[in-house]
Design a protein around this ligand. Structure first.
Ligand code: SIN
Length: 306
């Protein structure tokens, strides 16, 4: 018998625990020619704001050893376009839809979330961790008060399951996680990107026009794994792990650290089939190890003591 890869997070059913991360997958259309989107556990859509945004000027992507730096700046078509065009495209794709929502102010963020109330969106992922915008973004996510305040406001504005996406650019990730849990978050996702920089030694200019950007990709995986492990041990709500996952065994590691599901990001730029390979690899691992349900993997790491 086939193992059951299904997972329920905050009342939302994901047929498997693999979700393309926000920002690398757009709204799904570009990948449809490669495999049916219905194979995915869910999709986390590109970060969307109340009003359309053009993002930062280029260059806004730089390759790094085993990673990528981005300073996109939340380019997106705005919430109304998202509802009218992207959601209508996604509605019969038979996969869970996560709307990743950001804003320059609490009020803007709340209004964007409100507009999703009567839509088919399954879950809101509140993005308080984008390092590439001058207002809002990570500014909300680096203090307990900021993270708690925006979570409280958004919680009041929606009946939909609420997941909060945390920044790794903090000294104590567990205190931020506890703050958003206390304000009614149903789940936590982490990590967003790590703030980084590259310099062109010929021009002496930073490679990114924004000077700095967010680092993701396999280089950050051990940091993400450590933070997911710490947060999963600090809160009672489910944790969705991401940061540098490239292969099925990375995903299994992340789940052993405590993630109920995983998001897959930067690897899609070099291997667009990665989510499917990861789903198939997890399934084979479960068959080979006689694991019938995916929850038997979650949080099962046996840390050394003493
Ligand atoms: C961006 O659009 O700048 C990236 C989004 C994010 O890091 O949350």
């Amino acid at each position: 018998m086939k193992p059951n890869l299904g997972v329920d997070i905050a009342g939302v059913h994901f047929k498997n625990p693999v979700i393309p991360a926000s920002g690398v997958y757009g709204f799904g259309k570009e990948y449809e020619s490669l495999y049916p989107i219905s194979r995915l556990g869910g999709i986390s859509c590109k970060g969307t704001t109340l009003y359309p945004r053009e993002g930062n000027p280029p260059p806004r992507i730089a390759e790094t050893p085993s990673g990528v730096l981005n300073s996109i700046g939340l380019q997106n078509p705005g919430i109304d376009y998202f509802i009218e065009h992207e959601l209508s495209y996604l509605k019969d794709k038979d996969t869970a839809i996560i709307a990743n929502i950001a804003g320059s102010t609490v009020e803007e963020t709340v209004e964007a979330v409100r507009r999703l109330e009567n839509t088919i969106v399954d879950m809101i992922e509140l993005n308080i961790s984008c390092p590439n915008v001058k207002e809002g973004g990570v500014a909300f996510g680096v203090s307990c008060d900021g993270a708690a305040g925006i979570t409280r406001a958004v919680r009041r504005a929606t009946t939909k399951p609420l997941m909060v996406k945390l920044s790794p650019n903090v000294t104590d990730i567990t205190s931020i996680a506890k703050s958003v849990e206390a304000e009614g978050a149903d789940a936590i996702s982490l990590i967003n990107t790590l703030l980084g920089m590259r310099i062109d030694i010929n021009t002496r200019r930073p490679i990114l026009r924004n000077n700095v950007g967010g680092l993701s990709g396999p280089a950050v995986f051990p940091i993400a794994l450590r933070m997911v492990w710490q947060v999963a041990n600090a809160v009672k709500i489910p944790v969705v792990g991401m940061g540098g996952i490239a292969t099925w065994d990375d995903a299994v590691e992340m789940m052993m650290a405590g993630a109920s599901a995983v998001q897959v990001g930067a690897i899609l730029f070099s291997n667009p089939l990665a989510p499917i390979e990861i789903i198939d690899g997890i399934e084979k691992y479960m068959i080979d190890n006689d694991i019938k349900t995916i929850d038997k993997i979650v949080g099962t790491v046996k840390p050394w003591r003493g």
